[in-house]
Design a protein around this ligand. Sequence first.
Ligand code: F6R
Length: 582
Amino acid sequence: MCGIVGYVGRAEAAPILLDGLRRLEYRGYDSAGIAIVDGGHLETRKCAGRIAALSKLTTERPLTGSFGVSHTRWATHGKVTDENAHPHFDASGKLALDESCASTVDVDQKKARLLAAVRAALQQVIGTYGIALIHADIPDFMIGARRGSPLVLGVGKEENFLASDVSAIVAYTREAIYLHDFDIATVERGKFEISSLAGTSGAHQVSKLEFTAEDIKKGDYPHYMLKEIFEQPNSVRDAMRGRLSLEECTAKLGGLNMTPAQLRDVGRIVLTGCGTALHAAMVGEYLIERLATIPTEIEYASEFRHRNTPMTPDTLVFAISQSGETADTLGALRESRRKGFRTLGICNNVASTIARESDGGVYMHAGPEIGVAATKSFTSQLAILTLIGLLLGRMRNLSTTEGSRMIEALEALPEQIEVVLKLSDQIKAIAKKYVDANGILFFGRQFNFPIALEGALKMKEITYLFAEGHPSAELKHGIIALVRPDLPSIFIAPDDAVFSKNLNNIEQVKARKGPIIAFTSGNGAKRLKETADEIVSLPEAPDCLMPILTVIPLQLLAYHLAVELGRDVDKPRNLAKSVTVE
Ligand code: F6R
């Protein structure tokens, strides 16, 4: 939610700051701005709209100078206008602040005074912030601070950076320090210092960056979303890499930081997250109950804190978040830990606040996900939840035979995903055929009910079409009133134990002239021949693993339909990738 970049060095700052903003554009793209100091003079350009508009502005009226800050905004308070674009300035116009004193003394004193002023001001700030600040009278000196919003310090040679996310700076440095809440950093060309808001200095670790600038390029793909959909054979493989033990027919998850005895004592599980991560949690509920027979519940992270959820002492809580920065999920994690429950994270971003604040967890290793609509992180979350179910199940009733069958099926997934991806052209043809649809309904049962929700969410996010997901059986309890010829129904109906039930529902829609698009497997295609208008046949897997295969064609359908409709797939309106506000 909003992205900031700061640079101090010897190169021209403007191209670096703009390039950083382009890489952070997924965090928000309502307006953007840049402020650079040159020869004691602070110049700024800012405007409503995308980074491309800011780039045009800086081409028409170039900025020179080797230190400055830039910002891309996702509006929370205040309209999307040129005026509300950041950076913001103090009354003198000499101090530029991304996100959120002058005198005649020497430079070192000015630096100390500015730092003291920022510290005093931040002590009064209520709420979260991540800031980068410069002053026209203090050359080559930036201040960064964070509380709640992520901020990293990129360490270079004779140049240093501040950024909301390492992707903004990974092209310029391979080393970064992930600042902690209440840190304040002073950043100069050849040095930096980090202290706490209270004024004490502490040790900080310089981390080697996990990915390169290449990893965050679109390559030959027209959109990040498509690239990330096609990365799923590898991202699912990476989620399982080194975590399957054929010998013991179980999963190995060292990061949980729990002994076998503690794992065996878990009596109840709560899975929490938002949006797509919550849908993964919903599949996880079915998975863990199936594999480990542990009572499992899902909680909207945003509701968790505001409910009196009855918790037993043997409850284990998982906070699921790709970014690891989602405010609602972080709030749920903190509340759960405050009450004394062991709370684990399932995150993609290893340096994130949720990853840091949880008692342990499992990393997704999915690589950077830039497309605003989550795709590969979802299937990685499902793979990890399966591993958790397998591990806990093998400590309880799950036999070695069942355990080894699960492992075989898990290992087959990456190749099966390759097969699903080959259906992209068939799905594109379906998207073209239904481009004038007035909305889409999604239905599924059991493990595929959350996939109906996820399919509908993807569709809403990037096509802006009305879309709803439901358990298939709910159809007859009201939704059937919506059925009409210009509103297709998507059924996720693999050839499993509930196929016949799904078929009944499909026939009910067909009888009312609703078009049917069916995603099935095995003999399903044969049995659907008379009823479904479109049939997409998927590879077969155990029912609890089918969601990993059934969600991918729905991601593709949303993608192709959005492209047909001319939508901005990677930057859908009103959305931002990482939601660090409540
Ligand atoms: C949907 C989507 C959002 C996120 C949600 C949680 O495509 O991207 O619904 O899933 O905002 O984000 P994380 O997983 O970063 O906590």
